[in-house]
Design a protein around this ligand. Structure first.
Ligand code: TMP
Length: 236
């Protein structure tokens, strides 16, 4: 497969065209941003860790019946994926109160929720990805009712599989964000990274933060946290 022109550069990834119909190459960067790009930095080694971790988790999810965009890992930082039209919804699942949920509701971080929650944000950087519900999504034509049902079902399934998997490597899955895309024929598939950038991951015993909150909040040992998660995956 040949890597062709750059199609799109985001905050943490570049996407390239390829010589194969319907296939793109994602190239993960070490760049890190927070607060909608207001805070910028570099997390050395992050690109490779996020690429390899994402693929490891996506393979597991595929085995458990969640369709994903993964085609083939090409190098430490590059992966071939199926081209999709992204559904402009950020889907956030939470198991434990943290981040914007804790802030908005005045609930201390770390309180276990009675059941997992799901929320949607409208994916729009200019608006700062505002919180919306399924009625907004329907009213704005962001997705159909059937698509929202499918996305909701897959998101909870991803949560179930990931809670179990991370628990087995000593990590508590606090929350995460995922995005979905449509193939040409309209099939909905998971089309996102799954990494310490997009999940809150706490050590199960000490509840030490092993994710991007270390960067967002200037907690130090950012690279160490990413490396620790990667080590626990046992994929070297
Ligand atoms: P939040 O508590 O800030 O709303 O974040 C919830 C989860 O979503 C957390 O695991 C981090 C992830 N996330 C992203 O992946 N991208 C983003 O732009 C934001 C704000 C959060």
């Amino acid at each position: 497969m040949k890597k062709l022109d750059l199609l799109y550069e985001g905050k943490a990834k570049k996407v390239y065209k390829t010589d194969e119909e319907g296939i793109l190459i994602v190239d993960y960067k070490d760049d890190a941003t927070a607060f909608n790009g207001q805070k910028k930095g570099t997390i050395v080694g992050k690109g490779a860790i996020n690429n390899r971790m994402t693929n490891h988790v996506l393979r597991l999810l595929e085995k458990e019946g969640v369709p994903t965009h993964l085609v083939e890992e090409l190098s430490d930082r590059e992966t071939a994926v199926k081209a999709v039209k992204i559904v402009p919804l950020e889907v956030i699942i939470r198991n434990v109160a943290a981040g914007s949920f804790s802030k908005k509701l005045g609930i201390e971080e770390g309180r276990k929720l009675l059941c997992p929650t799901l929320e949607f944000s409208y994916k729009d950087d200019d608006l700062g990805d505002p919180f919306i519900n399924r009625y907004y999504a329907l009213a704005l034509g962001l997705a159909t009712e059937e698509e929202i049902d499918t996305i909701t079902r897959y998101a909870f399934k991803v949560n179930e599989v990931m809670i179990r998997y991370f628990d087995s490597i000593g990590i508590e899955l606090i929350d995460f964000k995922i995005e979905f895309g449509r193939l040409e024929d309209g099939t909905i598939i998971l089309a996102d990274e799954i990494s310490p950038d997009t999940c809150r991951l706490w050590d199960k015993e000490t509840r030490e933060k092993l994710d991007k909150d270390r960067f967002r909040r200037d907690l130090g040992n950012v690279e160490d946290a990413y490396a620790e998660v990667f080590k626990r995956l046992g994929i070297e």
